[in-house]
Design a protein around this ligand. Structure first.
Ligand code: ADP
Ligand code: MG
Length: 318
């Protein structure tokens, strides 16, 4: 199977969209952006590599879904509406076949079409399995949700629950039984696009939780030059993970990563808006703490947690 056939058979789609003038097939894509006056372009990229981000032998559809979901999650974290993406696929020879590529592209387009996000280009090379997606979205000018504007007194919120992905990875790596539910949370974490968009006018800062709650809230604190206090008892740890790992669920939830929930800050007087967003979207939004004055000795404090010193997130090079 040639590179040309791979691209033509699996990654070329005809989109009936006025924003796409040239998609896959030329040296570059041409996008019509004249409709977007008054908005800003948001760009993000994420790579997943076999054995680093997913176990060897993972089925192709799940690899593609995970790559799409985590990239969409970055758009959610910015409050952006995803529009287009590119795909750089590096494949070992034994995967360049009809069966693997059909599985992969079905998973990819299943998620992409759910979010109306179009594949407009990419690159296909041979080598150890890795998938890089670059995503483009937009926001009304100056409505982007940044990490840098949390204020003292803001309430810290978290969507959904934490710890499930890390627990799934633990079970997968030990060949243990993993429930369908945990597998789905690991391979197909729901990108919080709708929530991000609804938070545009309400949240003072926002981040998608990819490295673990403590690490990612830490990014907000550093960027905003503030500190945070959380309460262990109010953290929404995944109930199934609590039962499976009674000794480890706090660690999984606080520093495990890959949850792809949104952690965001909101001025106290807008608490009611958060309650209505939660009702409208059906997404649980939990108040987990408060932003306080910058404290150089402790950027994050968790009341009720005995061992504060080992709080950290995932770092590839540590
Ligand atoms: P070039 O030689 O200019 O790099 P390629 O042969 O790599 O072109 O790609 C040809 C066309 O196919 C380009 O439009 C490119 O964006 C697209 N393309 C290549 N690989 C992929 C992929 N995995 N997914 C989507 N589009 C792809
Ligand atoms: Mg190329």
């Amino acid at each position: 199977m040639s590179e040309f056939e791979i691209i033509k058979n699996h990654f070329s789609r005809d989109y009936d969209r006025s924003d796409i003038n040239v998609g896959v097939g030329d040296d570059g894509a041409i996008l019509n952006i004249d409709q977007m006056i008054g908005s800003q372009l948001v760009v993000s990229t994420d790579t997943i590599v076999e054995q680093t981000h997913f176990p060897e032998g993972t089925i192709a559809g799940n690899i593609a879904k995970r790559a799409m979901c985590i990239n969409l999650s970055d758009m959610a974290g910015m409050g952006a509406l995803p529009l287009w993406f590119t795909l750089s696929l590096t494949l070992p020879g034994d995967k360049a076949n009809e069966a693997w590529l059909s599985e992969f592209s079905s998973g990819l387009f299943e998620i992409a079409s759910e979010y109306n996000c179009a594949l407009i280009g990419g690159d296909t090379t041979k080598g150890p399995l890795s998938v890089t997606i670059c995503m483009f979205g937009n926001i009304p000018s100056d409505a982007g949700l940044k990490r840098s504007s949390a204020s003292v007194g803001d309430i810290i919120y978290l969507s959904g629950s934490i710890g499930a992905s890390r627990a799934a990875l633990e079970l997968l790596s030990k060949n243990g039984n993993v429930s369908e539910r945990l597998l789905k949370l690991f391979y197909e974490p729901t990108p919080m696009i709708d929530l991000g968009i609804k938070l545009r006018d309400i949240a003072t800062s926002c981040i998608d939780v990819s490295d673990g709650l403590v690490a990612d809230l830490g990014h907000i604190c550093r960027a905003s030059r503030v500190s945070a206090i959380m309460h262990l008892a109010s953290l929404p740890f995944d109930e199934e993970v609590k039962l499976l790992f009674p000794d480890k669920y706090t660690e999984f939830g606080l520093s495990g990563g890959d949850d792809y929930q949104l952690c965001f800050t909101v001025p106290k007087h807008l608490k009611g808006s958060i309650e209505s967003i939660s009702t409208q979207t059906g997404i649980t939004l939990t108040a987990i703490g408060e932003i306080v004055e910058f404290d150089h000795t402790q950027s994050i404090t968790i009341n009720g947690l005995e061992d504060q010193l080992n709080l950290k997130g995932y770092d590839h090079f540590e």
